[in-house]
Design a protein around this ligand. Structure first.
Ligand code: FAD
Length: 403
């Protein structure tokens, strides 16, 4: 199914006073827009690009989803609700979005498995699965090797397998939600850029490069552009430390692609060493190679990021992480992509409104936000239109260590 967002030039100019203005229509913004439109409100969504696009954080074929969220127990209600919402969206649209092919987390014996702000991401995942009664299996190296001989193990590995984990298709999720938002009456303007906002005695005023708005409320879901935007016009906003980083996705050719098809191979996160950075993750072959990636720390500017991936980057990723760990995944690169993380300390989210009439700011990335975006959007729509913050979002207010 091809769903296109209307190009800006054929759109009707919307009212300048929507009940809710959603700025940024990536993962978080498109879900917010769709749910707000479903509540019968007059909603307008704007984006500087034409989503789904490859400039931000929401592209590259697949995103991992898992219920036992090792980043912290307070994310579990978000992902549980999101799984329900993805299924509802699939029923409504006929599009396939969420594939529960199973997910395997591997760690190195008894050692630490540092990831996303947790010293032992593996132990934390198992603990959360037990506490929240999430169906899972704990496996030793022999059991993993028997079930998935694709993994080349040393013998001391331990595994956590979750059948409901799997992957989401980010571009399709955005397209379907934007199409559904329009069907419910939302207006969308692409190619329009937020420049500034202010709160005065009449409430919130938002200015873009094309118009000035007096919305009832606004949600800013601008992803990696948030730090720059707050620097330019967020005077008075207490901002937590944020870092935007360039991430690279690599698709390598499998010698026997069928062995890596989703019927035979799960999504995986492999903490293969105890030092930071000794981790990578991957997906089944969806027809264009086995996608794998690790996480990079170096800060970047979303306006200046190098989009090209040089061959040395893919060769290094393969040599350090894949070689000797995934049988039959060659170093032949089929495709690459760059993508942006917006990182907060402890891999947390920041979803907050600091002034009663001010915009609600939603930064839900830190490398793991996509899986939660359906529920976050639903809750943001409620917050923007009803005025009070839903409990689901309470753990993410104030951000980690406001600066
Ligand atoms: C390589 C990579 C791998 C990831 N893997 C996973 C994973 O496996 N599982 C998972 O759950 N999460 C994962 N994530 C995280 C997840 O993808 C992000 O949390 C999520 O996509 C963030 O969505 P967003 O809506 O905040 O940002 P975006 O999707 O980037 O949306 C922001 C939007 O705002 C628009 N915008 C910016 N500035 C302006 C402006 N001034 N005016 C108007 N519009 C503006 C942009 O054009 C953009 O469309 C990954 C991220 C990356 C980069």
């Amino acid at each position: 199914m091809v769903i296109a967002v209307c190009p800006a030039k054929v759109q009707v100019v919307p009212a300048q006073t929507p009940d809710l203005l959603v700025v940024g229509l990536g993962a978080v913004g498109c879900a917010t827009l769709m749910h707000a439109a479903g509540r019968g409100a007059r909603v307008l969504g704007i984006d500087r690009h034409l989503p789904p696009h490859h400039h931000g954080s929401t592209h590259g074929e697949s995103r991992i989803t898992r219920l036992a969220v090792g980043e912290g127990a307070d994310y579990v209600p978000l992902v549980r609700r999101s799984h329900q919402l993805w299924r509802e969206l699939e029923d409504a649209s006929g599009e396939s979005l969420y594939h529960a092919c199973g997910g395997l987390l591997l760690a190195n014996g008894d050692g630490d498995s540092p990831m996303h702000g947790q010293a032992s991401f593996f132990d934390q995942t198992v603990r959360i699965a037990r506490d929240h009664r999430i169906v899972h299996q704990c496996l030793d190296a022999r059991e993993i090797a028997t079930r998935w001989p694709q993994f080349q193990l040393r013998g001391h590995e331990r595994g956590y397998f979750e059948p409901e984990a799997g992957y989401l298709r980010p571009e399709a999720c955005v397209s379907v939600q934007l199409a559904e938002a329009q069907r419910r009456g939302a207006q969308i303007r692409s190619g329009e850029r937020l420049q500034r906002w202010r709160v005065d005695q009449r409430g919130l005023q938002v200015e873009t490069d094309r118009a000035s708005y007096r919305p009832g409320a606004a949600v800013l879901a601008v992803g990696a552009w948030l730090p720059g935007l707050l620097g330019d016009c967020g005077a008075g906003t207490r901002v937590p430390p944020m870092k935007v980083t360039r991430q690279v996705l690599h698709w390598f050719a499998a010698e026997k692609p069928a062995e890596y098809a989703q019927e035979h191979f799960p999504i995986f996160i492999w903490c293969w060493g105890s030092a930071p950075g000794q981790v990578y993750y991957g997906f089944p072959d969806l027809g264009g190679g086995v996608k794998v990636a690790t996480e990079h720390d170096a800060p970047c500017d979303p306006e200046l990021i190098e989009r090209r991936v040089n061959t040395a980057e893919s060769a290094a990723l393969h040599a350090v992480h894949v070689a000797g760990r995934l049988r039959g995944v060659s170093d032949r690169v089929l495709r690459t992509a760059t993508c942006l993380y917006t990182e907060l300390p402890g891999a947390r989210f920041w979803i907050d409104r600091q002034e009663s009439s001010g915009p609600i700011i939603a930064s839900a990335c830190s490398g793991h936000g996509f899986k939660h975006s359906a529920a976050i959007g639903e809750a943001l729509a409620e917050w923007g239109l009803a005025g009070s913050r839903p409990d689901l979002l309470a753990p993410f207010a104030n951000g980690p260590r406001l600066g």
